[in-house]
Design a protein around this ligand. Structure first.
Ligand code: ATP
Length: 370
């Protein structure tokens, strides 16, 4: 049998895996910390180096991540401004103290012994997200991470410790948030949008003043709460719930505000498109008149003829506040989409003439359905 690459190594399960196992939350992936080893020794044991900024290795069989214990010292702005020191003399406790929250700063040895120097288990049982040390303020990403963890665990009764909120507010005021790269902000936001309580992410960022720095558009036209309420109320059957939640949050923004925010956060195209479609659907509802022309215009703006699969989900959202309008647009869609361009070709239409005639008949079909 092949030799166990970890045999004789001082190795600990750390971070999210320890936290989630104790919370009874599904453990996604397990991270490990190795104390007292050198990169050379890890390579000799068959581990594959993958870390760019610090020594991390993949286990040759499980492919799980094994990081050498390391310390970090602040050297510049933002998430990447750290000097990393990894050496066999770095202790487990020194590695744990650089972590963000006490519930993320616990380790477990191979025999299951808990190493918990910062009271993570007490906080976990008391359902508190608390910073490990004042060095929390050295990385602005931790503001977003803390808000995201609340979006995940609020249903279990978690809240953010008052002292941690104070540090988050200090970070928001310090200007450090502006050093976060767009991709990091978006990655945390997208993950938060998929969590069970995404509104907690935005409320927490609002309370500490980070939201108005990162996404000032969310305060335009209406307050944050009506947006969160809309985001919360979505039909259960929708797929890709994160993008629908995000779309509901932003659908009342003007076109230029949507463009500004989209560009600043480098929002993926699918998200941008869905916000546009929801904004058009909103315009249809606000237009008041469910005339054949306004319904036809809506179908064109959401590209319904080519992307018919968009119509059902959008109408299910429209039905939340405007059930009658949703039903009549649904009937109009049934009528208009049953017209086959092929039949017009058989009647002798072609080129631009075909396009005009198809549009005319679709409009007539919508009119008849109302
Ligand atoms: P998730 O379930 O969301 O992946 P996780 O805790 O496993 O949660 P990772 O981003 O994989 O999150 O990070 C692993 C561990 O590394 C965390 O538990 C935490 O101890 C530490 N960590 C990650 N990012 C930071 C950070 N920005 N500042 C401090 N510690 C961090």
């Amino acid at each position: 049998m092949a030799k166990d690459p970890c045999a004789g190594l001082d190795v600990y399960r750390v971070g999210g895996a320890v936290r989630d196992a104790h919370l009874g939350w599904p453990v996604k992936d397990t991270d490990w910390v190795v104390v007292g080893a050198t990169p050379e020794e890890m390579r000799q044991r068959g581990f594959r180096p993958v870390g760019r900024d610090f020594p991390v290795f993949l286990h040759p069989q499980t492919q799980e991540e094994y990081a050498l214990a390391r310390t970090e010292r602040k050297s510049g702005h933002g998430y990447t401004g750290f000097v990393v020191y990894a050496s066999p003399d770095v202790t487990l406790e020194e590695d744990l103290v650089r972590r963000d929250l006490t519930i993320n700063a616990m380790a477990e040895s191979m025999d299951g012994t808990l190493v918990d120097p910062f009271g993570g288990m007490v906080d976990l049982e008391a359902r508190i997200l608390r910073h490990v040390s004042p060095a929390f303020v050295e990385d602005p990403l931790r503001v977003l991470r803390t808000a995201r963890f609340l979006a995940r665990y609020a249903g279990l009764g978690f809240s953010v410790a008052a002292s941690t909120m104070t540090l988050m507010s200090e970070l928001a005021e310090s200007g450090e948030l502006s050093h976060l790269v767009a991709e990091r902000v978006w990655a945390e936001t997208e993950r938060a949008l998929s969590e069970p309580c995404p509104e907690q992410y935005f409320r927490t960022l609002d309370s500490c003043g980070a939201l108005k720095v990162l996404m000032p558009e969310l305060y335009e036209h209406e307050g944050l709460e009506p947006r969160l309420k809309r985001m919360h109320a979505l039909p259960e059957a929708l797929k890709d719930v994160a993008s629908w939640r995000w779309g509901r949050l932003l659908e009342t923004l003007s076109e230029s505000q949507r463009a500004d925010l989209g560009q600043r956060l480098r929002m993926p195209r699918a998200y941008r498109e869905l916000i546009e479609q929801l904004a058009y659907t909103r315009q249809l509802a606000n237009g008041g008149a469910d005339t054949a022309q306004s319904i036809m215009t809506w179908m064109e703006s959401v590209d319904a003829w080519r992307r018919g699969e968009r119509v059902g989900p959008l109408l299910s959202v429209l039905a939340l506040d405007h059930p009658e309008l949703s039903a009549s647009v649904g009937a109009a869609w049934q009528a208009a989409s049953s017209l086959a361009p092929r039949e017009l070709v058989e009647e002798g239409f072609s080129g631009s003439e075909l396009g005009r005639e198809l549009a005319r008949r679709r409009l007539a079909a919508i009119s008849r359905s109302l």
